[in-house]
Ligand binder design. Structure first.
Ligand code: SF4
Length: 251
């Protein structure tokens, strides 16, 4: 369980000069812990708070490290992105970090799998300039089987985020062996076109860059998942546009 003391928390990494996690140059804070258990996860060290690849850090340590980057963040129109793992898993720590950064005028974004209690995190999400929320599978049983968490909660939180008026992007991790087929993507896009018309949408093709981390942790690398073909991704983009969604890319 996350620490009840929000003045410190478990951090996987703080990555400066990131350009894939929102606008401009960003410092991405990877917070450990996640309620999902996706077998293709690229950040296996995020599945538990405490492991050889995570570090207990105080709010002051993290904030002062980020503020050293402030000139780069400001000049590029960037900011800080909270990622993970699942950043809301350590809600108290996330809130304690977001407060002083927000007060310092740092633009904030969050990447979330959508599994959280909205009431518990609404105040933190309100500080974010942009919310990136994953949508992994359209079938409730398959979603539960693949991730260990219910689809309903993700869709309910997507509705909350849309209704809050936040700037948000839905992200579909496209994984051959899980959801990268025309029928599944069609169902996902139909759900999105209905639940959040005109939403911005980013397709994230599966990659194997996290394999070295599995080896470092002594875990077997994910098997049975592949990167989708470029032609398939192009087709999915077209299908999204046909449904009034707005494909974007930060890659
Ligand atoms: S939600 Fe993301 S961080 Fe969590 S297990 Fe799935 S892929 Fe990994």
């Amino acid at each position: 369980m996350p620490s009840s003391d929000p003045s410190s928390g478990w951090v996987m990494n703080i990555q400066n000069f990131s350009v894939n996690d929102g606008d401009g140059i960003r410092t991405t804070i990877f917070l450990a812990g996640c309620a999902m258990r996706c077998p293709w996860c690229a950040n296996p060290e995020g599945g538990s708070l405490r492991n050889p690849m995570t570090k207990l850090m105080s709010v002051d340590e993290v904030v002062s490290q980020v503020l050293r980057q402030l000139p780069f963040l400001r000049v590029s129109g960037g900011g800080v992105t909270f990622s993970g793992g699942e950043p809301t898993f350590q809600t108290g720590f996330l809130r304690a970090l977001a407060g002083p950064l927000y007060d310092a005028g740092v633009g904030l974004a969050i990447e979330t799998c959508g599994t959280f209690s909205y009431l518990d995190v609404a105040d933190v999400l309100a500080k974010m300039d942009q919310i990136f929320m994953d949508f992994k599978h359209p079938d409730p049983a398959a979603h539960l089987r693949w991730t260990g968490r219910p689809l309903d909660l993700v869709l309910e939180n997507l509705r909350h985020v849309r209704e809050s008026g936040a700037d948000y992007v839905v992200r579909i991790p496209v994984i051959a062996g899980v959801n990268a087929d025309s029928e599944t993507i069609t169902r996902m896009l139909d759900i999105l076109a209905d639940a959040c018309p005109s939403a911005k949408l980013e397709f994230l093709p599966y990659h194997k860059l996290g394999f070295a981390k599995y080896e470092a942790l002594g875990k077997p690398t994910p098997a049975g998942f592949e990167t989708p073909a470029d032609a398939d991704l192009a087709e999915y983009q077209k299908m999204a546009v046909q449904r009034g969604l707005e494909p974007i890319s930060y890659r």
